[in-house]
Write a protein that binds this ligand. Structure first.
Ligand SMILES: Cc1cc2nc3c(=O)[nH]c(=O)nc-3n(C[C@H](O)[C@H](O)[C@H](O)COP(=O)(O)OP(=O)(O)OC[C@H]3O[C@@H](n4cnc5c(N)ncnc54)[C@H](O)[C@@H]3O)c2cc1C
Length: 472
């Protein structure tokens, strides 16, 4: 059976694109957080949509499960195979061409294996902004971004990956090719198939191409770090910026003192320029298409108002691009510092802004009382109500032992608070295998059953990324 399958793949791909040697497969078998390691019969590296379709047809005939994979930077183990050694990984990295930039339509058509950063760079050469931006942009791929409906730092102004997508090309579970590569901003022709595949984490189809929106490049960006003392004033500050800067507000990121302490421990060169380690450091970015002076003046005026209202106690405006980048680096390095420190218990959650204050105050109190000494590494895209509310053991306590003993009650506590506040247990990282168990309770019976019906209709053999997102 195994040999037979490989022989069939050899009729489609050169043997150098069929990885069966253990050493060759290893880089594709463990997720970024090193939480999951699986096995695979083979890792296939197709170079075109027709090759993907032909591979899927072979797998469908054999009933062999397929794990679609992009940059393998996802946080929920979605692109990692199980331990059976019978699944096939289809990694899209060879499909990395920009197909077209349509200047008049302000769209870019891409292969799914294009690295996010390369798309931003390509768009910039034509005077466009491709606004999706996240810490893994040097290695994640647009197919993975679409499959996880990734968020990142620009959602506040431009929306998440779903909002940036106009068209898709998808290989179905039967190996058919759906060509939906249209750059239309209006298309009310029945069910929205594109929206079905976006965020489906490889469980409904394999995304091989996409048409994405482009925006004019801003001519000026100003970035500032400000200190706030509590979450109430932080949210009032956000509302002030939303009111005064409206669509010029492109970033509003929150970092707590404990998050930045971790940064300083592992990346000492990343010192916070604000005085005295404030409880909350907020990174704010304004972008403008008018002039440098216009946005700088606006930023200074809002900051002045915030000082006068007692919302902020300190502020540093980046004086040049390199300092602005260093502010963003500080924010992005928290994820890396956590990885250096040890595997945190992570919660990627969204809370309505009106309930954020109550969520943080109550959850902090409850969790510190139940798990004395723990560290709350809380940071996130606050403008979207998105917190990365992560828990690390008390200093000196072994991470593995702590997580083993406390993972379930910590998750239960945090997620019950999320439910209380009518939030979501996955803001931007998806479900994968990590959150599979909690999904039914969180979505509710009806929504869960509808999801199951969709999965059964599109993939009745359950060969596309089985036991991720939903089990049928
Ligand atoms: C340092 C760091 C920072 C991050 N910051 C953010 C952030 O700010 N916001 C955010 O949302 N995420 C963030 N992430 C998570 C991750 O980068 C995103 O989820 C990203 O979108 C995953 O893309 P990928 O190409 O690596 O996908 P993978 O990890 O390879 O796959 C993710 C899921 O998508 C499926 N998939 C992949 N490609 C395809 C395809 N072509 N067709 C169908 N299914 C496919 C896989 O099966 C899997 O279920 C971060 C990760 C790291 C390491």
């Amino acid at each position: 059976m195994k040999a037979n399958l490989i022989t069939q793949f050899e009729s489609i791909l050169l043997s150098k694109y069929i990885l069966t040697d253990e050493d060759d497969k290893t880089p594709y078998l463990t997720d970024w957080r090193k939480r999951y390691t699986g096995k695979a019969l083979a890792v296939l590296l197709p170079g075109s949509v027709t090759e993907v379709a032909a591979i899927v047809k072979i797998c469908a005939a054999a009933g062999t499960a397929i794990i679609p994979q992009g940059g393998h930077t996802g946080f929920c183990g979605g692109a990692t195979p199980d331990s059976s050694g019978e699944q096939i990984i289809i990694n899209l990295k060879r499909m990395n061409q920009v197909r077209e930039i349509d200047i008049a339509n302000q769209t870019i058509s891409l292969d799914a294996g294009c690295i996010l950063q390369s798309i931003q760079e390509k768009a910039a050469t034509q005077g466009f902004l491709f606004p999706l931006s996240l810490g893994a942009e040097g290695s994640c791929m647009i197919g993975g971004n679409l499959a996880t409906n990734a968020g990142g730092t620009n959602v506040l102004r431009y929306g998440n990956t779903r909002d940036l997508c106009l068209g898709l090309e998808v290989v179905t579970a039967q190996g058919e090719i759906w060509n939906g590569m249209k750059g239309l901003r209006k298309d009310n022709t029945g069910y929205d198939l594109r929206d079905l595949f976006v965020g489906s984490e490889g469980t409904l189809g394999i995304i091989t191409g996409a048409v994405m929106k482009l925006y004019p490049l801003p001519i000026s960006q100003w970035t500032t770090l400000v200190a706030t003392q509590d979450i109430t004033s932080t949210i009032t500050l956000l509302n002030l910026f939303q009111k005064r800067a409206t669509s010029l507000l492109t970033g509003f990121e929150m970092m707590t003192e404990e998050s930045l302490a971790l940064n300083q421990k592992h990346f000492p060169h990343m010192a916070n320029p604000l005085k005295g380690n404030p409880p909350y450091t907020i990174l704010i970015e304004l972008s403008d298409h008018e002039s440098e002076e216009h946005v700088k003046l606006l930023l200074e005026t809002i900051l002045e108002e915030a000082f006068e209202a007692g919302l902020i106690s300190d502020a540093v405006i980046a004086s040049n691009l390199s300092q602005a980048n260093s502010f963003w680096q500080m924010r992005e390095h928290i994820t890396l510092a956590q990885a250096e420190e040890g595997a945190n218990l992570k919660h990627d959650i969204t809370i309505p802004l009106s309930a954020l204050d109550s969520f943080i105050t109550e959850t902090d109190t409850l969790i510190r009382a139940q798990f004395p000494g723990i560290r709350i590494i809380n940071f996130g895209h606050l403008g979207d109500g998105n917190l990365h509310y992560n828990i690390a053991p008390p200093p000196g306590v072994d991470f593995k032992a702590f997580n083993l003993a406390n993972e379930k009650p910590v998750h239960e506590l945090v997620y019950s608070q999320v439910e209380r506040c009518k939030g979501s247990i996955s803001a931007e990282h998806g479900v994968g295998q990590l959150k599979l168990d909690g999904l039914r309770a969180h979505k509710g019976e009806v929504a869960h059953d509808l999801m199951k019906a969709i999965k059964k209709a599109l993939d009745p053999q359950n060969i596309l990324n089985p036991h991720k997102v939903i089990s049928i």
